[in-house]
Design a binder for this molecule. Sequence first.
Ligand code: S3P
Length: 180
Amino acid sequence: MAKIILEGFMGSGKSTYGRELAKNLLIKFTDTDGEIEQKNRKTIANIFEDYGEEAFRNMETEYLTEREASLEKYDEVISVGGGMPVRAENRKIMKRLGTVVYLKAEADFLKKRLSGKDNTRPMLAGENKEEKIDRLLAEREEAYLDAADYVLHIDKKDLDEVINELKAIMHGRRKGIREL
Ligand code: S3P
């Protein structure tokens, strides 16, 4: 089984699906944002505020680098922050760590999911949230696709359908089918 790595834009449900999948398979769930928060004893919002985005991006790379260096091979679901795949270096490590699944959703779906008041996501803070979503999505799509072994469309599927697709990928029953 090994590791499945869930990537995708903010609001695509990486943590929700990841936690559910791990519970289902009785394996470990890891959320890179949560790990970085714990290590720094600060929320992501506070890390951005106190040290800036570049420092946070370095922490993300450092996290992946340490995970790879540890050489452990236990089964695990890892959900990575929405910006993690932007750096080519991170994409390479993600691919080496396990099977990468891009949880893909249309912009309108993500805008709805992200429409509430939310001060936990510094990348969307301030005015013109919808414009920011459009811009970041356009900037990142190529990176998400480049890292992905599978592209799983989530916006028209219920939780069970997504979990079943992920289980099939994890159990190797989906070899060769890239877009789901
Ligand atoms: C970010 C996404 C966030 C978090 C940070 C930056 C991004 O994670 O890592 O706020 O640049 O897309 P989620 O995708 O889990 O919200």
